[in-house]
Design a protein around this ligand. Structure first.
Ligand SMILES: [Zn+2]
Length: 293
C-alpha cells in the first residue's frame, strides 16, 4: 500500500496551497508535523478520486455517497442500507464521526477493484480503505444470493469504515496492526465476525510486537498477523476495559506513538503488554478446529 503523503495528486501546487491556507488559519498545535499535513493530503486524494468518478451513478444516504456502475443498480440499495447500519456502531465505538459524507466506490468485479488506483492488496479481499475513500467489491461478485443481513454480517463495510474513522481521528498516527486490530474488533463486536483459519492459531509460534510494528504487510502469514492484531486490541478492551481503548485512541490523536499510547493507558511496559496479550489470547480467543467447521 502506498504511503499517503508520498502520493500528492493534482500536483504539488494543490497541497502547497492547502498547506499555506492552513498555516494561516491554524495556531500550530503541538502535534507531529506529518499529522498536521496528513489531513490535507488525504483531502486532496479524496478530491481527486471524487473528480475521477464523477460520471458514475450515485446514491446518497445521510452519511455516505455510493458510486456504482449500471451493472450494480440492483445492489446499491442494499449497500446503502449496510453502510448506514455500520455508521452508528463504528462512530460510537470510536467516539468520533467524520464531518463529511464518506465516498464508497463499488466495483463490479475483482479485476476492476484491483485496477482501482494501483491497488495491490489481497486479491481475495472484499474491499479496502485508502486515502479517505472506501472501495468495495459488488456483493454479486462474492455472494451466491446477496441478502442484506448476510452482507451486513460478513461484508466489508463495518471493517473499512472503522479504518476510515480511525484515519480521521489519528491523522495517520497509528500502526498497520493497530488499525487492522481495531477494524476486526468492531466487526467482532458488532457482527460477531472473526477470521479464524487453520493458519492463524494463537497457540503456536507468534509474531513479536516488533515484527507487527515493523513491515506488517510483508509478514508471510497474514492470517496470523491479522489474528494477533485482533488479540492485541481485544485484550485492551476486554481485560482493561473499553475506557482504556478509548484512552489509547485519545493518545494517538495527541501524537503519541502506539507503544507509548498503550503503555500510558494500561500502566504497563510494552514488553509486559506483549506477554499478557499472548497469554490471554491462548486462553480466551476462539481457535480453529476441524470439528467446529
Ligand atoms: Zn483492514
Amino acid at each position: 500500500m502506498r504511503n499517503l503523503v508520498e502520493m500528492i495528486p493534482g500536483g504539488v501546487p494543490v497541497v502547497v496551497g492547502l498547506m499555506l491556507a492552513s498555516l494561516l488559519l491554524s495556531s500550530m498545535v503541538p502535534i507531529r508535523p506529518q499529522m498536521w499535513l496528513y489531513p490535507l493530503v488525504r483531502q486532496a486524494v479524496v478530491m481527486k478520486i471524487d473528480y475521477q468518478t464523477k460520471n458514475m451513478l450515485a446514491q446518497e444516504t445521510p452519511h455516505f455517497i455510493i458510486r456504482y456502475t449500471p451493472s450494480d443498480a440492483d445492489m446499491v440499495a442494499m449497500v446503502a442500507e449496510a453502510a448506514e447500519a455500520a455508521y452508528e456502531p463504528v462512530t460510537s465505538a470510536l467516539h468520533y464521526a467524520p464531518g463529511k459524507k464518506t465516498l464508497i466506490l463499488m466495483h463490479p468485479d475483482r479485476q476492476a477493484m484491483k485496477q482501482a488506483y494501483g491497488w495491490s492488496g489481497d486479491a481475495s479481499a472484499m474491499g479496502f480503505y485508502w486515502g479517505g475513500v472506501i472501495q468495495i467489491l459488488s456483493p454479486k461478485a462474492w455472494m451466491k444470493n446477496p441478502s442484506l443481513n448476510e452482507f451486513i454480517a460478513t461484508g466489508p463495510l463495518a471493517h473499512e469504515y472503522t479504518h476510515l474513522v480511525l484515519d480521521h481521528m489519528a491523522r495517520g498516527n497509528y500502526s498497520r496492526w493497530f488499525t487492522e486490530g481495531l477494524a476486526q474488533y468492531v466487526e467482532y463486536r458488532v457482527n460477531g465476525y472473526e477470521w479464524v483459519t487453520a493458519d492463524n492459531r494463537l497457540t503456536g509460534k507468534l509474531y513479536t510486537m516488533d515484527e507487527l510494528d515493523g513491515d506488517f504487510d510483508n509478514l508471510d502469514n497474514q492470517a496470523l498477523a491479522y489474528r494477533q492484531s485482533l488479540a492485541a486490541v481485544r485484550y485492551i478492551a476486554e481485560v482493561h476495559g473499553e475506557a482504556k481503548l478509548t484512552q489509547v485512541l485519545t493518545y494517538l490523536t495527541k501524537g503519541e506513538k502506539i507503544n507509548k499510547a498503550i503503555e500510558k493507558s494500561l500502566g504497563m511496559d510494552y514488553g509486559s503488554y506483549e506477554t499478557m496479550v499472548n497469554l490471554w489470547a491462548q486462553g480466551n480467543m476462539k481457535q480453529y478446529s476441524k470439528i467446529a467447521k
